[in-house]
Design a protein around this ligand. Sequence first.
Ligand SMILES: Cc1cc2nc3c(=O)[nH]c(=O)nc-3n(C[C@H](O)[C@H](O)[C@H](O)COP(=O)(O)OP(=O)(O)OC[C@H]3O[C@@H](n4cnc5c(N)ncnc54)[C@H](O)[C@@H]3O)c2cc1C
Ligand SMILES: NC(=O)c1ccc[n+]([C@@H]2O[C@H](COP(=O)([O-])OP(=O)(O)OC[C@H]3O[C@@H](n4cnc5c(N)ncnc54)[C@H](OP(=O)(O)O)[C@@H]3O)[C@@H](O)[C@H]2O)c1
Length: 426
Amino acid sequence: MSDWSAKNPYSSTLTDNFILNGEGSGKETRHIVFDLGDSGLTYKSGDALGVIPRCPPEIVEELLGLCGFSGDEIVETHVGDFPIREALTDRYEIHRVSKKWIEALGPRLVSDDAELEIRMVSRSRTSTRDGSLIVDWSGSGEEGDLPEGYVEIGTMSDPSETLWRELTSDSDSMEDYIWSRDYVDALSDFGHVGFTPQQMVEGMDRLKPRLYSIASSPDFEPGTVHLTVGIVRYSHHERDKAGLCTGYMADRCEVANTEIGVFMSPTRSFVLPEDGSTDVIMVGPGTGIAPFRAFLQQRELDGATGRNWLFFGDWTEEGEYYYRDEMEGWKDSGVLSRHDLAWSRAGAEKVYVQHLMEKNGEEIWEWISAGGYFYVCGDKNYMAKDVHKMLISICAKYGEMNDEEAKDFVETGLMKTEKRYLRDVY
Ligand SMILES: Cc1cc2nc3c(=O)[nH]c(=O)nc-3n(C[C@H](O)[C@H](O)[C@H](O)COP(=O)(O)OP(=O)(O)OC[C@H]3O[C@@H](n4cnc5c(N)ncnc54)[C@H](O)[C@@H]3O)c2cc1C
Ligand SMILES: NC(=O)c1ccc[n+]([C@@H]2O[C@H](COP(=O)([O-])OP(=O)(O)OC[C@H]3O[C@@H](n4cnc5c(N)ncnc54)[C@H](OP(=O)(O)O)[C@@H]3O)[C@@H](O)[C@H]2O)c1
């Protein structure tokens, strides 16, 4: 056992980092292999790896430049005092502005609770009564309260204050604003208020590790951890951006060179059945394939006699059939008894994994009613929910249950009591 953890990560290097997609694919999904070296780190199929990202140096330098900081100024952070360059690189999530940081701008943007409004006035004649220009005058703020000889031509609020008021009074506007902006974007709206180094980092989100389902069996790939990583890239406000951790691994982690902080995140539940003769059904579209590559390696190595059925899918066979050679090999050797592929952007109609489940409903029911395990990995928000509904509907139809009974069979029986419907969704 080793005591590496999120707070005390092991410095690993990569032995491989390559794109799995075919030419012309609109996705960037990478196979990334970490060397466990002499760390003593161990894992089992089904576990996840924690990766500690670092913020992009070019964004750190841009922020320092915009604020006029040298980078050496010391700031207090949640884990001690650091030069601000280091704090922005390793302590905070600088790729996405936080709600708290925006809220904290309030006292510096708004002098008091009153609406700050600049009244635009103009002299109606070339001069006032005594011919002098009024430069020091304050009225009541009431309409029409102007020095003699002046007329009101409009009002103008400070745009950054107006924006701040809108963001802090409407949660949808706030979510919309922070979703697509980093601190460089935010400084273009609010930078004029001026920041001390400490004010700049106050309210920023703390940098968090990211978890990745491990795509290898420790016995099949000794000394290494393999990941299947979907790289997050998007463009907003005329700047190309990347997910913090996926951008770091894709763009700045060189094989054999870059030291990357990692730790293990063991699973208690997402494990293979102890009895190798148990059948398993695995539903893992997209990067959801990761733990099932690990399971298949493990089952092959263990000589497990239970059948393996994999539902995989993504946009197209040409672009996103990850690990094609390995999967075809397992099909040929019989490790994969059933292999169903759902290509969602290959034809006019979307084909998703749950559509193929529906087509094979009777057989899925046979496997499950005979004690088989059912696993799902990948997108939590859409895919896993639809697969869940389809599983209930299959159980209702072929298990001759009404909807309530089928729901209870799946959610209480399979999931909670028997623990053979297992999910790793994110
Ligand atoms: C248990 C577990 C296992 C996981 N396994 C895997 C795995 O095997 N493979 C894998 O790839 N991931 C996996 N993930 C997800 C992974 O942990 C990260 O969340 C993911 O890689 C994104 O991290 P990031 O730092 O690159 O992105 P972040 O910097 O965290 O950014 C992601 C955010 O960007 C936002 N975003 C996305 N597109 C846009 C856009 N167009 N405009 C603005 N914002 C946008 C999203 O809303 C999202 O909140 C897993 C997660 C968990 C919890
Ligand atoms: N946190 C992050 O920022 C981050 C980073 C990487 C991945 N992810 C998320 O992790 C998940 C996996 O991403 P991924 O690129 O590996 O694959 P994905 O986006 O889940 O796509 C894989 C396949 O699932 C299909 N799909 C879409 N909706 C579905 C549904 N309701 N039911 C079944 N299948 C559906 C997709 O089809 P279509 O696209 O053609 O509809 C595609 O063919 C996604 O939620 C993705 O957003 C998040």
